[in-house]
Design a protein around this ligand. Structure first.
Ligand SMILES: C[S@@+](CC[C@H](N)C(=O)[O-])C[C@H]1O[C@@H](n2cnc3c(N)ncnc32)[C@H](O)[C@@H]1O
Length: 268
């Protein structure tokens, strides 16, 4: 197992991971239906009185989690710890979006936003409840009065399945091999790893430009998330569960849902 001696925080690990993964990220996640997912998230947010059109997308990656917001008239700021991921986001969005390199553990105040979100496990790259609280406090500081925060976290089931399995995605002349290293009975609150290997499918295709790298994520229990929200000055409004179909369900059921979605607002 690769141990990055200089990696002190979840941010350090995530930067290393996504600088390596960036060239294959969109291929690996090509089956994710962001249009449908985001439409459902917006419906849930509207039930909580979402107003305005200013979005801060924390851990925006290559832009998949904000691109569907542009035709809806949203003014978007995206930030991520990986310059390589942001470079790909810039190619998609052009100058229509403000993009900043930032660690969510040291999130600057970019402005006032009606909606701050962090999607598709970005939060799970934080490696302790203390890091979670710090990141949430930074997100809260970017909320406009009445603004809403939404994020998802992987449920234990995701670590006991996806992070414990080998998954192969073949796309663009490359085979992307996800080698989950977790045990199928991994305990709540564990840190789990998976290695992603990129293999050329034939000698005719270009060499894969993404080196093998490790994803390191922490599972956060619902209780840990609720405590971190409270300590960060946020009130939890809703908790949903989703399975791989992306449809939001209540109540969250740890035995069948692979992700939890939290919606919160500032208590101040
Ligand atoms: C699974 S990707 C999700 C990207 C995008 N939100 C999406 O839905 O496609 C997780 C992203 O979170 C970013 N990330 C992880 N930890 C971070 C941190 N501490 N600060 C900022 N970005 C971080 C990674 O660089 C990566 O781009």
């Amino acid at each position: 197992m690769e141990v990055a001696a200089s990696a002190k925080t979840g941010g350090d690990w995530a930067e290393r991971t996504y600088e390596a993964m960036a060239p294959v990220y969109d291929d690996f996640t090509a089956h994710h239906d962001y249009e449908g997912w985001l439409a459902d998230l917006l419906t849930a947010l509207e039930l909580r009185g979402l107003k305005g059109r200013r979005l801060l997308d924390v851990g925006c990656g290559t832009g998949k989690s904000f691109m569907p917001m542009l035709p809806r008239g949203w003014e978007v700021t995206g930030c991520d710890i990986s310059p390589a991921m942001l470079g790909l986001a810039r190619e998609k969005a052009g100058e229509a979006v403000r993009l900043e390199v930032a660690d969510m553990l040291e999130l600057p105040r970019f402005g006032e936003f009606d909606l701050v979100w962090a999607l598709d496990d970005a939060i799970n790259y934080l490696l302790s409840p203390e890091e979670l609280e710090r990141a949430l406090a930074g997100m809260r500081a970017n909320l406009a009065p009445g603004g809403l925060l939404l994020f998802d976290v992987n449920e234990l089931l995701a670590y006991r399945t996806f992070f414990a399995e080998t998954v192969v995605v073949e796309r663009g002349g490359r085979r992307l091999i996800w080698n989950g290293l977790a045990r199928p009975d991994v305990a709540p609150g564990s840190i789990c790893e998976s290695r992603l290997e990129v293999v050329r499918e034939s000698e005719d295709t270009e060499p894969g430009e993404a080196p093998e790298h490790t994803h390191r994520q922490r599972h956060f229990t619902e209780a840990e998330v609720l405590v971190a929200l409270e300590r960060a000055g946020l009130e939890c409004l809703d908790v949903y569960g989703i399975y791989t179909d992306g449809i939001l369900k209540q109540p969250l059921d740890h035995t069948i849902h692979t992700k939890a979605i939290y919606i919160a607002r500032s208590t101040a």
